[in-house]
Design a protein around this ligand. Structure first.
Ligand SMILES: [Zn+2]
Ligand SMILES: [Zn+2]
Length: 258
């Protein structure tokens, strides 16, 4: 069994053939799915999907690109749902900051506030965090440490291969490995992968984005987890069975699902 720990099944690109996407994945041995919260507008759909399919779970959160929707989201209504397994994806993303230096500074402060608020919710409700970090490793790490996020732990999804984040493994954090590891230019991630403790590795597609080779350009789906698992096995000099086994055990443990 393999768990796709990060797939946006509430994305419009799955509207037409969601049943098929799930079936194809399950036939390939991908049997558990977690839909991260990103855009509050599609959260109700994520909840509906999790209610319809036994092995699909969701998280509630606000992506750093969506911080202006934070106040209007009624977190508590979702957190108490039996299929809600985490808070996120939340975090910091400085990649697309725009405007003057002052504007950028203001945006950073805003992202940090919203991130801290979500770490607080995770601690209050004892849920792990799904953390999104892009071009913001320093600040993100500092906040996770200063806010004592180790109380709940979580996953650094789409791990950016930044070596300084590896020490978060000792703080209860896992590392989500996705299609990027199969890209030709993924040297950094390929090199750092063996340094991640095996009991802290997770598999994720981040579909519909980041489709692994050799399917780049197509919509990403959970069935391609197998391509990620194969690549990880190759890099760790082990079998796909072995990688499926330990990444699945890790996922079930972190998200407390069966
Ligand atoms: Zn993300
Ligand atoms: Zn995502």
């Amino acid at each position: 069994m393999i768990v796709d720990t990060h797939i946006h099944l509430d994305n419009e690109r799955y509207y037409e053939d969601l049943d098929e996407v799930i079936n194809n994945a399950q036939q390939g041995g991908i049997e558990r799915f977690i839909i991260p919260g990103a855009d509050p507008k599609s959260l109700d759909l994520a909840v509906q999907i999790s209610e319809k399919y036994e092995h699909i779970y969701f998280a509630v959160g606000v992506h750093p690109y969506d911080v202006n929707n934070f106040e209007s989201l009624k977190f508590e209504e979702y957190i108490l749902h039996e299929k809600c397994v985490a808070i996120g994806e939340c975090g910091l993303d400085y990649f697309r900051l725009e405007g003057s230096d002052e504007d950028k500074q203001r945006e950073k402060v805003r992202q940090k506030e919203v991130f801290v608020a979500q770490i607080d919710l995770a601690k209050k409700y004892k849920k792990p965090l799904i953390v999104h970090i892009r071009d913001a490793s320093n600040d993100a790490k500092e906040l996770l440490l200063s806010e004592n996020a180790k109380e709940v732990g979580g996953v650094l999804h789409c791990f950016n291969a930044d070596e300084q984040l590896l020490s978060l493994a000792s703080q209860g954090f896992y590392f989500g490995i996705g299609g990027v590891v199969t890209f030709k230019n993924a040297k950094k991630l390929v090199n750092i992968l063996p340094k991640i403790p095996q009991n802290k590795l997770l598999i994720e597609t981040d579909g519909p984005y980041l489709t692994p080779a050799p399917f780049r350009g197509q919509r990403n789906e959970s069935k391609y987890c197998i391509n990620i698992v194969s690549k990880v096995a190759e890099l760790l000099n082990t079998t796909t069975q072995e990688v499926s086994n330990f990444t699945t055990a890790n996922a079930l443990k972190l998200f407390r699902i069966r």
